[in-house]
Design a protein around this ligand. Structure first.
Ligand code: ADP
Length: 382
């Protein structure tokens, strides 16, 4: 049988920093498409970069477009995934089998600076139209969703955004895909650091991700029992602030605490500015304080660690898998609705819905952050 390129399809891409839950989302969007909507999903490799490269290779040539469609139709599923040349793959059941719990994304994610250029985006829009795309689904963080917003403003394409980032810095949704898994990973990490901190009577300073938001660190602090969480929202830390924090740890030690885990979010800044990692700056400041003349615990050691990309990988939690399925369901319902709005899928008060691009931050999110901070303060005090 001659392979036939689908008359209509939905394209999906993963962009920016990867997050757990992306694979679960891919599986859900593909399966809902094949089983319920009877519409094929085309997976784009490496985010916007895959579209830009394909558009550039075609260069508006109609015959090249016909060849591309034929290539896609003859390399369905895994055959497409292993092909070096194809950046657009027609997904089938088998190609999304066994991926739900795996972190990262089998389609690859990337950053693509060229996509900031309007002319480049115009070529991508031309490509998507040439492929008869009914809608494009963009899964990613703040930057990726900004790119999606521009695409929908500059064309009549349906473009649906899906928030996926471990940073939980998107203030228009209660949770983004990947946050729950990252919090789990942080709790696991803290558990490991506690063992050695307790054995050596040490203070461990662990730097978490989160961009400008302290939410990831706050959630991990509450869930892990870390003694201290330092977040960026309160403004830059001065030397006096760091002494005050060190005094707090020392105070707990005099009351019988044997160790301390300090989580510091990567968005934390210092006054004056520091070029080194936050965990190292804090380590030096704390160590200096603990060793001042007459201090009660001059031998108290401080060890820094930057947790880094460890936080982005690992087995996706059930919560993230369920959220991925719900986001995919919401995206499909919007796509097949003739009057459906373009926008971003969000989770609000346990309801998944679509909100327009550029929706304002929810005040509840700031209130929730404050609540977490106060709760942590009460739970961690000695
Ligand atoms: P994240 O989506 O995780 O926040 P980035 O901020 O790095 O990650 O954005 C990912 C990609 O989204 C960028 O490499 C670029 O291709 C696209 N993008 C980001 N911001 C814009 C923008 N203002 N205009 C167009 N595309 C953008």
């Amino acid at each position: 049988m001659t392979p036939i390129f689908p008359e209509q399809s939905v394209a999906v891409l993963f962009s920016g920093g990867d997050s757990p839950g992306m694979n679960a989302f891919l599986r859900a969007i593909v399966r809902l498409g094949l089983n319920r909507e009877k519409i094929t999903v085309l997976g784009v490799r490496d985010g916007y970069r895959g579209l830009v490269r394909t558009a550039r290779a075609l260069n508006g040539d109609a015959e090249a477009l016909v060849r591309l469609k034929k290539d896609i139709a003859t390399h369905v599923g895994r055959a497409g995934l292993i092909s070096e040349q194809l950046h657009i793959i027609q997904m089938d059941h088998a190609s999304v089998s066994g991926i739900m719990g795996k972190g990262g994304t089998i389609l690859g994610s990337a950053r693509c600076l060229e996509f900031h250029d309007k002319e480049v985006r115009a070529k991508v829009i031309h490509l998507l139209k040439g492929l008869n795309i009914r809608a494009l689904v963009v899964v990613g963080g703040d930057g990726s969703l900004t790119g999606a917003k521009l695409l929908e403003e500059e064309s009549d394409l349906r473009v649906i955004g899906v928030p996926a980032t471990i940073d939980n810095d998107l203030q228009f949704t209660d949770m983004a895909l990947g946050v729950d898994t990252a919090v789990n990973t942080l709790v696991w990490s803290v558990d490991h650091f506690i063992d050695t901190a307790r054995s050596h009577r040490r203070v461990m300073v662990l730097e978490t991700m989160g961009r400008e938001s302290g939410d990831l660190a706050r959630m991990a602090g509450l869930a892990s029992g870390a003694e201290m969480v330092i977040t960026p929202e309160a403004g830059p830390l001065t030397a006096a602030d760091m002494q005050r924090l060190a005094a707090k740890i020392e105070g707990a030690m005099t009351r019988g605490r044997g160790h301390a885990i300090v989580l510091v979010a990567e968005g934390v800044q210092f006054e004056p500015q520091q070029k080194r990692n936050r965990a190292y700056v804090l380590m030096e400041a704390f160590q200096e304080y603990f060793q001042r003349p007459g201090a009660p615990f001059p031998d108290l050691e401080v060890r820094p660690s930057v947790l880094g990309h460890l936080q982005r990988g690992g087995h996706t939690t059930p919560h993230d898998c369920i959220l991925a399925a719900r986001f995919a369901d919401c995206a499909w319902k919007t796509i097949i609705d003739e009057n459906g709005r373009n926008g971003v899928t969000v989770l609000r008060k346990n309801i998944v819905e679509i909100v327009p691009y550029g929706t304002a931050d929810m005040p509840e999110r700031a209130a929730f952050s404050q609540e977490m901070e106060q709760l942590h303060e009460h739970l961690s005090s000695w």
